[in-house]
Design a protein around this ligand. Structure first.
Ligand code: NAG
Ligand code: NAG
Ligand code: NAG
Ligand code: NAG
Ligand code: NAG
Ligand code: NAG
Length: 271
């Protein structure tokens, strides 16, 4: 009798219910942290390509930066995500942060605007669909979050003809969050390591000033979770981004911290 009970206990532990996290809590542990006082930096690094109809993808930039965020549990068990983002465009061969783009489509020089999104808020009510990654079953789990953005463009063509790609803002953002399934089950930490991908397809950016020229942008990036705010970034990486840290510290000091309260913003995402 006692042996059976023990066996059942062992089985229930081995299927990973050890610490009783819900699917949503595990999702939050993977993408960020359950601790609202912990600021999590998700770093991203990759490429941006441009494409016109009937032509091939052509590399335009390297793309490097981060999202700094916190998750706050709501009384109904869902999570409020509060964050800011800062990303720069780099000349692909020299890695210099671009201030001016010699536009390969219009042949004009365009002033480059860094990505400085504040706030980027979201309400997360359920975990994204997750599946084990073959052939490493079940060590790795990947969560997919696909966001389709389609809404009236704040820059309408009748008012901003040179800057507006059209009456509808039209883009997709595709996230993959990979984490160690054994570790998710066997640990009780508020946050677990994550490596991921973020991809985006969109219209051209307003500062590219391309009017009605049909141009799509494709972003492919590798993303990963850092700890201890911005301190986690390795020395050699800090060296690579030191110019950009300079820009942030001088001009945008608040991008060193995640927001702690919700306020309205134009750039809110819904997961
Ligand atoms: C977060 O910080 C506040 C204020 O210091 C504290 O009251 C609260 O217990 C902390 N919460 C967690 C989960 O650490
Ligand atoms: C970058 O390097 C590639 C390969 O050497 C070259 O084809 C391209 O013209 C360079 N681009 C710029 C903007 O210098
Ligand atoms: C739009 O671009 C055209 C062609 O470059 C230019 O002549 C015109 O002044 C621009 N209009 C505005 C409002 O910037
Ligand atoms: C983790 O727990 C989940 C839910 O119980 C289970 O489906 C999964 O197989 C477990 N993963 C590992 C690697 O034990
Ligand atoms: C996953 O986590 C477990 C538990 O910490 C560890 O033993 C294992 O080596 C990890 N697997 C990988 C591929 O990192
Ligand atoms: C970002 O990507 C570029 C281009 O692949 C690479 O040279 C650089 O080392 C990467 N930076 C980090 C922090 O991974």
């Amino acid at each position: 009798m006692q042996t059976t009970w023990l066996l059942l206990l062992v089985i229930s532990f081995s299927v990973g219910k050890t610490y009783g996290f819900s699917d949503l809590e595990n999702f939050i542990r993977v993408i960020d942290s359950l601790n609202p006082n912990q600021t999590v930096v998700n770093y991203l690094n990759g490429s941006v390509f441009w494409k016109q109809p009937k032509s091939i993808l052509q590399k335009l930039f390297n793309y490097e930066g981060y999202n700094i965020n916190r998750k706050i549990r709501q009384s109904d068990g869902t999570f409020l995500s509060l964050s800011r983002e800062f990303v720069v465009y780099r000349q692909p061969n020299t890695s210099e942060i671009l201030l001016v783009l010699m536009n390969p489509i219009s042949y004009n020089a365009n002033e480059v605007f860094n990505v400085a999104n504040d706030p980027v808020n979201a309400h997360i009510g359920s975990a994204s669909p997750a599946m084990p990654v073959t052939p490493h079953l079940p060590e790795f789990l990947v969560y997919n979050t696909d966001i389709v953005l389609e809404y009236p463009n704040p820059l309408q063509p009748n008012n901003y003809a040179n800057y507006s790609a059209g009456p509808v803002y039209d883009s997709v953002e595709l996230f993959g969050f990979f984490s160690n399934s054994t570790l998710i089950n066997a640990s009780k930490t508020d946050s677990v390591p994550m490596t991921g991908t973020w991809m985006r397809k969109s219209q051209y950016l307003p500062w590219m000033v391309l009017g009605t020229t049909p141009v799509s942008l494709f972003y492919t990036t590798l993303a990963w979770k850092c700890y201890d705010g911005l301190q986690c970034v390795a020395d050699d990486i800090m060296q690579i981004i030191s110019d950009y840290m300079q820009i942030i510290k001088q001009n945008f000091p608040k991008y060193q911290y995640a927001p702690s309260t919700k306020r309205r913003g134009r750039l809110s995402k819904r997961l």
